[in-house]
Structure formats: structure tokens, C-alpha cells
Design a protein around this ligand. Sequence first.
Ligand code: NAD
Length: 266
Amino acid sequence: MRLEGKTAVIMGAGQSPGEGLGNGRATALLFAREGARVLCVDRDLASATETAEMIGGEGGDAATFEADVTREAQVAAAVEQCRTRWGRLDILHNNVGVSVAGGDAGVTEITEEAFDRVMSVNLRGTVMACKHAIPVMREQRSGAIVSISSVAAVESYPWVAYKASKMGMVAFTKQIAIQNAEYGIRANVILPGLMDTPMAVDTRARAWNRSREEVAAERDARIPLGGKMGTAWDVAYAALYLASDEAGFVTGVALPVDGGTGCRIG
Ligand SMILES: NC(=O)c1ccc[n+]([C@@H]2O[C@H](COP(=O)([O-])OP(=O)(O)OC[C@H]3O[C@@H](n4cnc5c(N)ncnc54)[C@H](O)[C@@H]3O)[C@@H](O)[C@H]2O)c1
């Protein structure tokens, strides 16, 4: 029970259609197993409800809230919902992220609309969630923010908006970490590598008209550690550590969870 007595808001607690578990859903499940009360926030309420029902089925405590992270008022309402429902907000987990699905492309193909869409979901959504969570955490003089970036921030990556937004999340996390340390608020960011999630594998298989097995095999082949992608649980366990009091002296860190992919950089 590493999160006993804590409350958590998980932005993007549902998941994309496909096989297996997404990062947000696995993190919501794990936080609840470790004793947190979890507000499952997603623009896809049905998917967030599925996550909450899975938590309820295991005897955990979860509620749902429909919000699009590109709408500030909805993000603010999600934070407020956690506070009014449970009296406090200990953990903000920013998991929402899009790339292919947002129309991302290479520099000679990217459109203004696709660039703005991906940036507003990935980066602005994270900034707005923090904007509304931090005052609550400052009042409590404690809180942990965990955001999900990507190893694409530091590695070569084909599409421009995803990379820029994910690197922006690293810089933003360091900024809020130093500016809120005096309030006892920690902010850290995880850089997942290639994970076997519906969003990463099934979305690409659909977009490229390929089989899931083909896409998965290509991704597996790029992983140094065991030649196999990670799973949503790898991201969830890293998030659990960073959200828990065990990481009480850890802030402003960008933690790769990538099976060694980032080691190729040097
Ligand atoms: N799977 C990987 O290989 C990999 C690698 C690196 C980073 N990541 C990051 O992991 C995170 C997501 O992982 P996942 O497996 O949970 O993805 P997912 O797509 O399964 O889940 C994300 C959830 O966010 C929701 N969402 C999308 N846009 C939204 C919006 N505007 N407002 C509110 N909710 C919205 C979706 O409905 C979905 O339920 C992303 O930030 C992604 O960039 C994944």
C-alpha cells in the first residue's frame, strides 16, 4: 500500500482501442491497488468508466470525470472534482498524448492544424492541468506530479510535433519542479521507450494497414533489453515510485523507461 490515503487525478485514464493495456489504465489500476483513490479523467468517458470498473472490481476506489485536456475549463473542473470529492489532491498524473492520431508528420508535410492539435493535447494539456492542480497542492504544502513524455524527446523521431511537445514537457517539468520545491511539491517526467500498448501498436497497424504482429515485431527488434518492447506496467511502476513518498527527495527528474534504447545516444 505505497499510496495509502492519497488521492490521484489521472488525465487519460482510458485507452485507445486495441489489444492489452494502455499506460494510463495500468497506472490507474496500480495506483488503486496501492491504496490511492483515483479519479479517472478522459475525454472518452466510456473508456475511463471501463478503467474505473476494473478498479472497483478489484475492491479499489475510483470515480470518473469527462474532460478534454485541450479545454482549460474542463481540466479545472476535473481537479476541482477530486478536491470536492475527497478533500485533497496528492497526485497529478499527466498521461494524455497523441502523435499519429493527431495527424503528426515530418517537417515538410506538417500542417498548422496538426502541429497545433498535437501541441495542445500533449504540452498545453499538461501545462493547464498543472496550472489548476498546483494551487491545491501549494495550499496542502505537498503533492506529486508525474507526466508522461517519451524517449522521442531525446532520440531521433520522424514526426515534429510529438517530439517538440515531449521535449517541452521535460523543460516544463524542470521549471515547475524548481518553482514549487518550496511548497513541498515534486514534479517528475517519465520517458517511455517503445511499449506494447494499443495506442502504439494497434493505432499504427490501423493507420499503416499492417498487421499488429508485423508492427510489434519491428518495434521489438529495436529494443536492446531482451529484444522486446516494454509493457504498460513498466511505465506504471515507474510512475508509482515517483508518485509515492519513496521518491520524497526526487524532483525535476526525466526517467527513461525504455529497455536501454536511450543508451544508444551515449
Ligand atoms: N506506448 C508507447 O510506446 C509510448 C511511448 C512513449 C510515450 N508514450 C506516451 O504514453 C502516453 C499514453 O499512453 P497510453 O497507452 O495510455 O495511450 P492511450 O491512447 O491508450 O490512452 C490515452 C488516453 O487519453 C485520452 N485522450 C486523448 N486525447 C485526449 C484529450 N484531448 N483529453 C482527454 N483525454 C484524451 C484517450 O481517450 C485515451 O483514453 C502518451 O502520453 C504517449 O505519448 C507511449
